[in-house]
Design a protein around this ligand. Structure first.
Ligand code: 0L1
Ligand code: MG
Length: 256
């Protein structure tokens, strides 16, 4: 029987070598969601052993557009490390990924520990600041195809993120217009309200779901609330510019 550690090595090596692999469930047909989260934790432990540091969490599939795009209908989560953070206004190297896509998100930075069943007021009181953000998702599976346990084991496809300027935590991000342009051409238009009706609900889900895994949101953690639109594929030469109403712009250029 294949151990969970061996499965973690498969997804970790696929990510670090930017090589697509078959879905884990092709061989481990009964991989459970709990085991998939254990594989994810073990794969992140491998990154930590290589020197990467905890940076927070990403929430995934928090909008109807995202669920429809990948054919999975459940909120999922993954872990962020400092090595996944990219410089706003800088470059993304296409060669470091298998088949990267970008999606607009709202980021929270945590000021006080948060875990379990909390109210929106409690969650907001634990937030230090809010920012516009972009997540780079890159399934390590062939053709970007997976089942629910596959994608969870693969750190919920998370592979990079850009964060724009931080705003005060009282900023109203419940329904902000978002426009993503590639080389000046609109490719995605949406609203932050697509994130569970209000991105704060994603933070509540983060507090609840990580607590189930015996973890909590810690001061300094960044929480990505989930894509507000479908994700857009990246190819070298593109300039990605996303405007978030009232929050600002997050941009980068794709190089080879
Ligand atoms: O919402 C997301 O961040 C997506 C997570 C996993 C599904 C995907 O790879 O698109
Ligand atoms: Mg996302």
């Amino acid at each position: 029987m294949t151990s969970l550690a061996a499965l973690a090595a498969i997804v970790d090596e696929a990510a670090s070598s930017a090589t697509a692999v078959p879905q884990l469930t092709e061989t481990i047909t009964d991989l459970s969601v709990d085991d998939a989260y254990a594989v994810q934790a073990l794969s992140i432990a491998r990154r930590r052993a290589r020197g990467e540091r905890r940076a927070g969490y990403k929430m995934g599939l928090t909008s109807r557009a995202k669920m429809q795009q990948v054919g999975v209908s459940e909120i999922i989560w993954g872990r962020l490390t400092d090595a996944m953070r990219l410089t706003e206004g800088g470059e993304l190297s296409r060669a470091r990924y298998v088949h990267p896509r970008v999606e607009p998100e709202i980021a929270y930075i945590i000021g006080r520990p948060l875990a379990g069943e909390v109210s929106a007021a409690e969650a907001l009181a634990a937030v230090e600041a809010i920012a516009p953000a972009l997540e780079i998702i890159d399934s390590r599976y062939r053709d970007f195809k997976f089942t629910l346990p596959d994608v969870i084991a693969d750190n919920s496809s998370s592979s990079g993120f850009f964060v724009g300027s931080w705003a005060r935590p009282s900023a109203d991000v419940s329904n902000l217009g978002i426009l993503m342009e590639v080389d000046g051409r609109p490719v995605q238009i949406g609203s932050s309200a697509a994130i569970l009706g209000n991105p704060i609900r994603s933070l509540l889900a983060a507090a609840r779901l990580v607590a189930r895994a015996g973890e909590r949101l810690e001061p300094g953690d960044i929480v990505l609330a989930g894509g507000a639109t479908a994700a857009h594929p990246l190819t070298p030469g593109q300039h990605i510019r996303t405007t978030f109403q009232a929050l600002g712009i997050v941009a980068f250029t794709v190089i080879t």
